[in-house]
Design a protein around this ligand. Structure first.
Ligand SMILES: Nc1ncnc2c1ncn2[C@@H]1O[C@H](COP(=O)(O)OP(=O)(O)OP(=O)(O)O)[C@@H](O)[C@H]1O
Ligand SMILES: [Mg+2]
Length: 230
């Protein structure tokens, strides 16, 4: 029974942190509405897809119509997270001329959330993601949805996130506590800023909670606070 209690405490703590993240995003721009949000990190496995899905579900549960796109065409993670292995997705939209309606799937958890998985792995992901087709896909998605969230590969290693960062309203940089070095974060931020990305802030993930080293949580900070957080 004790185990169950701790599970619920942890779950509600994570939900609360994601709600705070959602609120902070909505307050992060006064003049321009943040509709298209890109999520990246410095290296693999920092929690981009986990946070993208939780944030998308949280926004959808809050009444917004949300589209989550798995733009990590090289290493699809979302399909595993949602337990759906359909083989059509982004590449079919970008190469085969299918329409958004043909490839989107309903999320099992949140009514207001649609998801586009990656589809077959292409030989030229950066080229596809930087194409005019991708730009028109995002414009169309923006007309239909209140929020569009893009899950991407690590921006510290590959250029895909940089390419997409020029097409969105804001970028969130996920930082895994105890895993990401300051130099790596600095380098990724430079890569993003070089292309003129609007970095909304960092999401501190896998935060060790005092007194119980096995638990994890989330935190959020503006990009200028990165130094003080690590
Ligand atoms: N806050 C957290 N607490 C505990 N485990 C977490 C947390 N966030 C992510 N994880 C775990 O870390 C692993 C990597 O997470 P995820 O797939 O979301 O990362 P990613 O950055 O999308 O990885 P990739 O770069 O491979 O796409 C997964 O096993 C996930 O369950
Ligand atoms: Mg991922």
């Amino acid at each position: 029974m004790a185990k169950k209690k701790s599970y619920y405490a942890e779950t509600s703590m994570i939900d609360e942190a994601i709600r705070t993240l959602r609120t902070n995003i909505s307050f992060s721009s006064i003049d321009k509405k943040i509709k298209k949000i890109l999520i990246t990190s410095s290296h693999p496995g920092e929690g981009k897809s986990t946070i993208a899905l939780k944030l998308a579900r949280s926004m959808a549960n809050n009444g917004q119509k949300v589209l989550l796109m798995d733009c990590d065409l090289r290493n699809p993670t979302l399909s595993k997270l949602i337990g759906n292995k359909i083989s059509i997705g982004m590449t079919n939209l970008l190469v085969k001329g299918l329409q958004l309606e043909d490839v989107k799937i309903d999320d099992d958890v949140s009514n207001n959330l649609d998801i586009i998985l990656t589809g077959p792995t292409p030989p030229n992901p950066s080229e596809l993601l930087g194409s005019n087709k991708m730009k028109s896909l995002l414009s169309k998605a923006e007309e239909i949805y209140d929020v569009v969230i893009l899950d991407t590969p690590p921006g510290g290693i590959l250029t895909d996130a940089q390419v997409l960062a020029t097409m969105v309203d804001g970028v969130l940089l996920v930082v895994a506590q105890g895993e990401t070095k300051y130099e790596e974060i600095d380098n990724t931020l430079k890569n993003l800023k070089n292309v003129g990305a609007n970095v909304l802030g960092t999401v501190l993930n896998k935060v060790k909670i005092k007194g119980n080293q096995s638990k994890y949580g989330y935190g959020y900070g503006g990009s200028k606070e990165v130094k003080s957080k690590l």
